[in-house]
Design a binder for this molecule. Structure first.
Ligand code: ADP
Length: 542
């Protein structure tokens, strides 16, 4: 017997229609590349995304064609999110922080037909356009009068001249919900970039999950500032969840420094912000320097790499902001787990609570995970056993775009490349990326644990732990540290700081001070590069 309910495809166009109809006057604020603050709302975003759809029809861009963006977080980017996917094309968000050669490789691999870019990225586009034969149309995301006359880019049009003269009436097509909606390349910290291709259905289900109370707890009463870029796994899905609940969105544009972000958090009464730890470091620095407070911010989602305990503590204890530690990856749209305490944890002492908050969190309904050993045998959820983390669910990839060779799945599970523990309450903790694990005397040392302790030292600005070859132990951990300006921290001081905080054999053998740790295009530490930089290094005991 079949259910007797209406059959309706889950489509991205439904989200923007809903936001427009029920939350039309809720504001969408953007700091623009020009520096000014632009004010829009869901009604205008809806109307303008239909104009984008008409403009793409005008160019006869076929269904399924890739429309790429090289853009900051802002209202025009949001209009493209809905206009491109809603009309049956595939939005492809490019990461402008990649090397231009990598951008060219990705554009050609994706076979992008249209490329829309913020004026900040004009130099990149000038550099690459002649190497991108599939791109038929280049759109500068600016007003008509800001279009450079001599860019050298063939038939360059301004976004406003292209779309704002179009009709804002458009009937969104009734697509199959499994139609591709957007695509995103992994940032390549682990090899050649590979693309996840999301569908309308996966995006919509992920958006529902993000909004849940034990996840980001989004509601129409929120004002949300995604510092995480819209080119980094769709700003963790926030634009879609925001449309689904009709909350206010505040976009920081190119200004990600502490002062600019703080200004927006206050003036736009932001209640939830989301970003990687490196961004929050700048914000906390700004607050501390000016003895400032948050008057509205209640929650902050921190993910993309492990959130240091010192950061959770600073937000929580000094500023009264709840940190939601999240884990995910491009292949998961990206959210996999998020750490919120259960009722019984609220009675625990602050130290005990902190041990839980440091974990990457519990599964969100829709994502199932397990940890397995090298032979694929499932490991116990005792909070101690380590294993490769495997996941499955309706917003996890089945295969990559233009997959070569067999599917990455193992018996239907996607191997994340992360190593984790899971405790009896189901809280998962990443100990490492499988290739960053340090193997010493047959045991594993978590580089994240070693880094977190260093980061808790008041003189340390950034720390990366890597394994160095050792004839007896295989590898020994070394911590590479950037000191805070003006600090005189010595290696011995920092090594002593590990006493009592970690087993002796897990503590680093040495400290290497550097001016900067190389960061990848998504703000994560590039340990491969760091290892290359330390190629001539020898452990002090050798
Ligand atoms: P890339 O593989 O290009 O770095 P992603 O940006 O998708 O691509 O990164 C996903 C990876 O980032 C995860 O597999 C994991 O290693 C790491 N990661 C994400 N969130 C966290 C977190 N909260 N703690 C530790 N590691 C994290």
């Amino acid at each position: 017997m079949l259910g007797l309910m209406q059959q309706q495809n889950l489509l991205i166009s439904d989200m923007i229609e809903f936001a427009e109809k029920h939350h039309g006057d809720t504001e969408i604020i953007s700091r623009r590349v020009e520096g000014d603050i632009h004010r829009s709302n869901w009604a205008k975003i809806g109307a303008r995304s239909r104009q984008v759809a008409n403009a793409l029809d005008g160019w006869h861009v076929p269904a399924g064609a890739r429309v790429a963006t090289l853009a900051w977080n802002g209202y025009r980017h949001l209009e493209l999110y809905f206009g491109v996917s809603g009309s049956g094309r595939v939005l492809h968000t490019l990461n402008p922080r990649l090397h231009p050669e990598q951008v060219v490789w990705i554009v050609n691999h994706a076979e992008d037909s249209v490329l829309c870019f913020d004026m900040t990225f004009l130099p990149i586009v000038k550099n690459i356009h002649s190497h991108c034969p599939t791109v038929k149309h280049w759109v500068a995301m600016c007003d008509a009068d800001k279009l450079p006359a001599d860019s050298g880019i063939p038939e360059l049009v301004s976004y406003e001249a292209w779309m704002s003269s179009q009709s804002n009436s458009y009937a969104w097509p009734e697509l199959d919900e499994n139609t591709a909606s957007c695509m995103c390349y992994t940032s390549g910290t682990t090899g050649n970039p590979k693309a996840a291709v999301y569908s309308h259905r996966s995006t919509l289900l992920h958006a529902y999950a993000c909004a849940l109370p034990d996840v980001m707890c989004l509601s129409a009463r929120d004002s949300v500032l995604p510092v995480v870029p819209m080119f980094h796994v769709n700003a963790w899905g926030i634009p879609y969840s925001a449309a689904m609940v009709g909350c206010k969105l505040v976009f920081p544009g190119p200004a990600l420094d502490g002062k600019s972000v703080y200004e927006l958090l206050e003036t736009e009464k932001v209640t939830l912000a989301a970003g990687v730890p490196t961004v929050w470091q700048m914000l906390l620095g700004h607050l501390k320097a000016g003895s400032l407070r948050f008057n509205y911010l209640k929650r902050t989602v921190i993910g993309g790499s492990a959130c240091p305990p010192a950061m959770i503590q600073a937000f929580n204890d000094e500023y009264g902001v709840e940190v939601l530690h999240a884990w995910g990856m491009t292949e998961l749209s990206p959210l996999g787990t998020l750490c919120t305490l259960k009722n019984k944890h609220l009675e625990l002492a602050p130290d005990e609570q902190m041990k839980i908050r440091l974990k990457q969190g519990r599964a969100i309904f829709g994502i199932d995970f397990k940890i397995v050993d090298d032979q694929g045998a499932e490991q116990p959820n005792d909070g101690k056993a380590y294993g490769d983390l495997l996941v499955k669910g309706p917003w996890v990839i089945r295969e990559y775009f233009k997959q070569e060779g067999p599917s990455p799945l193992v018996d239907g599970w996607f191997p994340t490349g992360d190593v984790a523990t899971v405790d009896p309450e189901g809280f998962m903790q990443i100990t490492d990326r499988s290739k960053d694990v340090i193997k010493s005397g047959g045991e594993w040392i978590s580089s994240i644990d070693v880094e977190n302790i260093a980061m808790a030292h008041p003189d340390v600005a950034m720390a990366a732990c890597i394994g160095m070859p050792h004839p007896k132990w295989d590898e020994r951990p070394v911590v590479v540290v950037v000191k805070k300006p003006g600090c005189t921290l010595s290696s011995d001081d920092l090594l002593k700081f590990y006493d009592g905080k970690i087993a002796k054999w897990q503590a680093p053998d040495d400290v290497v001070f550097v001016d900067a740790i190389p960061l990848g295009a998504t703000g994560k530490m590039l340990k491969t590069r760091l290892r290359e930089q330390l190629a001539g290094y020898r452990l002090p005991s050798l």
